[in-house]
Design a protein around this ligand. Sequence first.
Ligand code: ATP
Ligand code: MG
Length: 280
Amino acid sequence: RVNRTDFMNALEEVHPAFGVAEEELQQVIQNGIIHYDTVVDELLRSGQLFVEQVRSSTRTPLVSVLLHGPPGAGKTALGASIAQASRFPFIKLISPDSMVGFSESQKVNAIQKVFSDSYKSPLSVIVVDNIERLIDWTPMGARFSNAVLQALLVLFARRPPKGRRLLILATSSLRSILTDIGFAETFDSELRVPPISSLAALEYVLREVELFTSTEERRAAVRTLRDSGIAGGSGEEGDDGMSSKLQIGIKKLLSVVEMARQEPDNVGQRLTGALMGLGM
Ligand code: ATP
Ligand code: MG
């Protein structure tokens, strides 16, 4: 029998989880979302559609989406933004960063706790970040924690209790290994988060972060990059079938920008030097 006190206690239990999550989410979107390419808006829009699906469709109380793409492409920040924008009463991030030093069973317990907390809320979003690190994937010998993997597989397939709805947004840089271990099929949908591959997008970021004090300096830096052959203007494949060499995750680009900023007299050179030195 559930009485009013149990009900209030349940609310109490749910609420702090939400508070903590807000900070966590904010932290992973620290640098905001820069709309450097139409793909960014498309991804946010797709995310919003999944949120609406969970909110309004009684037939799909559970929707799981995999955000995958190369390291630093912005998967975590996008997942967190989509989650935050849902304004669902329960939003939580499951991140390997918060489980450093956990034993296998502590990890499994922590993950299970987030899911069981979510079942108390009518609408929930759980961001399961960096699956390969959650399962302790080791390329050497292709090892991983089977206990964590099995827990995730079960939780990703479990329908929430009646009247509860849940959106799972998972991220990974290693989609191929998820396929190999039979994880990829559990997702209802996938969104690919690409790296920045055009000079136009790169220039947009440079403008947005106000790295240069003048437009001319910024243009000059972009010209240097273009002349270096790092990328064509569009980032699309040329006639020779060679794709542009520019492939940089927004995370890496932002860190290169901050490095260049440290030397105010030489920003342009620091930036172009670092980008060309990345061996793209
Ligand atoms: P990793 O592969 O290491 O897990 P990631 O793909 O999850 O990296 P994030 O950790 O999300 O990348 O880093 C992206 C960073 O770039 C964040 O600091 C975020 O605030 C910032 N950012 C700016 N614009 C965007 C954007 N359009 N999309 C995603 N992140 C963005
Ligand atoms: Mg990430």
